[in-house]
Every structure is written in structure tokens, then in C-alpha cells.
Ligand binder design. Structure first.
Ligand SMILES: [Zn+2]
Length: 441
């Protein structure tokens, strides 16, 4: 993030909603020097010297935080980089993201972390936290220098893309994690059970004649790692929960007192494996795979009861030639930063499945599992704000993407709800081109 003086503006008459801070009502959101100075009654905010944004009828939320993004640096700058990835985040209403380490080569040393943090200081439009791999070259054998990596500023550790196959290695990692801090984020999958699977194992995979990945491939590894985390008093975060059995495993582990948190993605919350019947099914290929309606319902229940702490996009940019091939050969992963809020608002909130407050709370919930501060609109806080027009309709991809890749799972869909302005780290990180920000008083 480039250093600046901080935004000076007022969102006049905005509908303000920050359930985690107990804030709900119509206010002038007064932002001075990058801080939320005041939530004043509409029209009563001291706007002296501030840029005024007429926000009547618009919603101001705490900006979102995504703990699971693939920025593809180093190595695949043709798909994404720090600049384009954080621009996509800002356009999606995010004030912070965490970048995964499964790059080419992987992020595995203190020097790698230092270099990326420097790159982010120069290029990022929203703050980025970096994770390093748990094991060298993600080979699952030898641990990285976790203490040095932490000292260089890594937020945590993850071999995401791959599971940590060996329980012995996982246990050692937890022992180091307890000493040096930094949450371990886990892609949970038993490779023995997943085999050559390309989609969820069930009636649809049987009908299509495709090799399946069973739900227990995920849930048995969660149960193993939750038990290890409890035994070693370590801190883990389970990534992209996809199955009913997995929600149950996390719920049980939390009840037993394990230091465990977890996330679910917009695509797993909105879609099922029925999508794979589509002609352009490669668009819906990801790991973990889309599962059944009862899995989706279990994820929604987990979101409601707090078993699932946060929504993470698992934004995974891919070059077009990796996706426009037959399903079995297609790369796994979809982009999601620019559409998460609108897609979930359209499908779940307008669909009557969850309420707006819960969506906002879970979209901003990705910081705390990594020991970072939750974005909030409480006066005195750094300004991290997503200003949204819930009545705006737009078609995904019609005006292109901020991301360098276009493998969006909801490309071509008309969505309801649009981010107009994002403040991140006290600065204006994004404004929709067609929305004029206001006039200086
Ligand atoms: Zn993963």
C-alpha cells in the first residue's frame, strides 16, 4: 500500500450496518485522515473540508477480508499479480486479503516473504498478508524455517493446493506453530481417497462417468488435524469447507475446545455438482469440488450457527487455455474477489436464505482467525468501508475484470448489488467509474 494521508470524506445519510460492532442505522459516516471520526445523525455530520458523498439509499458495511487468495506471484504473472489481484479485491469491497504460497516457485523462505511484502508496498491497492509454505517445496517432508519466516512478517503457513499427507509432519508443524505463532491454514484432502477424482463422488459423477472425490476425503483429514491441534495446543484454520461431514467435524472439534476456525467459498455456498452436467462444465471445476444440495445446506447451517467463521473466495486465476479444454483436463479453480458480495447477496440474501447482516459479518470475518483485527465501522477505527448499492444490477464480465484472468464461476450472470467505493487501510482503494464520489465543501 502506498503511504498517503488518509481519506477525508463523509458518506452522507448512508444505511450503516456492522452487526459485529452492534451498529445499525442511518448515519453520516465522517472519515477524517483515514479514520472513522464519527457516525452522526443524517445531515448533522461536521463536513467541513471533507469530500461529500451523497449516500442516501446506499449501504455502508465494514469492508470485507479475504483470507484465501491466489495472487500467482512469483511465476504466473500472466494470470495475476499483486497489482491486478489487489485491484480485483478493492473492486469487490475488500480491505485486506491473504495470499497463498503455492506459487512457482513456492513462497518458502524469510527472503521470499520480505520480497513479496516489498512488492505489496509498491503495488497493492489493499493491504496483503502473505503466507509461506509449511513444508519445503510443498513436498510434505521437511518443515520450512517457520520461526524465521514469521519474524520476516508472514501471517501464517499453508501448503494450500495440497494437503499435508503425513500426520507426523503435521504434528511437528503444530509444535513449531505454537512457539512462533502464525495460524496454519489447511487444504484438507486425503490423496489416497481422492485418487484421480475430478468432481464430487455421487450420482452425478456416476451418471457422467467421471472419477469422484468422496466427501470423507476432506472430513477424515479435518478430524485428524483437529485431534492433532488439540493434542499440541496448536492453531489451525480449515480452508474451503465443502462437505456436510466436514461441517460436523469442525463443529465437534470446536465443542471439544480445539483452536480451529474455518471458511467456506461463495461457489460452495451457491452451487452444487449438478453444474458439472453443463456443456461448459470446466468453469465449475475446483478443488474441493462442488458437492450436493445437502452438503450446501449443511454449509449454510454452519454459516448461520458460527461453525463457519468466514467466507473466503479461494480466488484462483487461470489462463484461458487451462480452462477451455475438456473437463477432465481443465485446471481446478475459479476467480471470485469481484463477485463474492454480489453473488451471495443475489443468491442467498435476496433468495431469503440468510440475512444481510450475517453475510456482512462473515465476509469481514476472515481476519480474526489469523490474529488480525476485524474491519469495523466503530468510531476511532481505521476507515475500512465498502459502500454498496443493493439495487444496482450488473452483468458479470460485461465490462471486463480488474483481475488479469476471467475464469469467474458466475460469468455472464446478472447480479443484484454492487460495490461503489472501497476504503482500505484508511484510503480510497476503489471507486466504480460510473459513480462520482462527490464534491469538496
Ligand atoms: Zn485449497
Amino acid at each position: 500500500m502506498r503511504p498517503g494521508e488518509g481519506a477525508n470524506l463523509v458518506l452522507r445519510g448512508a444505511t450503516v450496518l456492522d452487526p459485529a460492532a452492534g451498529i445499525e442505522g442511518t448515519h453520516d459516516v465522517v472519515i477524517r485522515a483515514g479514520e472513522i471520526a464519527e457516525l452522526a445523525p443524517p445531515g448533522a455530520g461536521d463536513t467541513d473540508g471533507l469530500e461529500v458523498v451523497e449516500a442516501e439509499g446506499l449501504h455502508a458495511f465494514p469492508a470485507f477480508f479475504d483470507p484465501h487468495v491466489h495472487l500467482r506471484v512469483p511465476g504466473r504473472e500472466d494470470e495475476e499479480d499483486v497489482e491486478t489481484g489487489t485491484r480485483a479485491a478493492a473492486a469487490g469491497g475488500y480491505c485486506g486479503i491473504l495470499a497463498m504460497a503455492n506459487t512457482e516457485p513456492s513462497v518458502s523462505t524469510a527472503a521470499d516473504i520480505e520480497a513479496l511484502r516489498e512488492e505489496a508496498r509498491e503495488q497493492a491497492s489493499v493491504p496483503v498478508g502473505f503466507l509461506a509454505t509449511v513444508t519445503r517445496e510443498m513436498e510434505g517432508e521437511e518443515l520450512t524455517e517457520m520461526a524465521d519466516i514469521r519474524a520476516a512478517g508472514a501471517v501464517g503457513f499453508s501448503d494450500d493446493g495440497l494437503p499435508i499427507r503425513s500426520a507426523r509432519v503435521m504434528r511437528r508443524a503444530l509444535q513449531y506453530q505454537r512457539l512462533c505463532g502464525g495460524t496454519i491454514a489447511l487444504h484438507e484432502e486425503d490423496p489416497e481417497l481422492s485418487g484421480d477424482g475430478v468432481m464430487h463422488e455421487g450420482p452425478v459423477s456416476a451418471a457422467l462417468g467421471l472419477a469422484g472425490i468422496p466427501s470423507v476425503s476432506e472430513s477424515t483429514m479435518i478430524a485428524r488435524d483437529a485431534a492433532l491441534a488439540r493434542y499440541e495446543d496448536g492453531r489451525i484454520h480449515v480452508q474451503h469447507l465443502s462437505a456436510e461431514e466436514s461441517v460436523a467435524a469442525v463443529r465437534t472439534a470446536k465443542a471439544a475446545g480445539a483452536q480451529i476456525s474455518c471458511e467456506a467459498t461463495p461457489h460452495h455456498l451457491c452451487l452444487t455438482d449438478e453444474q458439472v452436467r453443463a456443456l461448459d462444465a470446466s468453469r465449475f471445476k475446483m478443488n474441493p469440488p462442488l458437492r450436493t444440495e445437502s452438503d450446501r445446506q449443511a454449509l449454510l447451517e454452519g454459516l448461520r450457527d458460527g461453525t463457519i467463521d468466514c467466507i473466503a473466495t479461494d480466488h484462483a486465476p487461470h489462463a484461458e487455455e487451462e480452462k477451455t479444454v475438456p473437463f477432465e483436463q481443465a485446471a481446478m479453480g475459479v476467480t471470485g474477489l469481484e463477485t463474492a458480495f454480489a453473488a451471495l447477496h443475489t443468491d442467498l440474501v435476496l433468495g431469503g436464505v440468510i440475512d444481510l447482516g450475517l453475510l456482512v459479518e462473515r465476509l469481514a470475518g476472515g481476519a480474526e482467525p489469523f490474529g488480525l483485527e476485524r474491519p469495523t465501522l466503530a468510531p476511532g477505527s481505521e476507515a475500512n468501508v465498502a459502500l454498496c448499492d443493493l439495487s444496482a444490477k450488473w452483468t458479470v464480465g460485461e465490462e471486463g475484470y480488474e483481475s488479469r484472468s476471467s475464469n469467474s464461476w458466475c460469468a455472464g450472470r446478472e447480479l443484484n448489488g454492487r460495490v461503489l467505493v472501497t476504503l482500505a487501510g484508511g484510503q480510497v482503494a476503489y471507486r466504480l467509474r460510473s459513480f462520482s464520489l462527490g464534491v469538496a465543501q
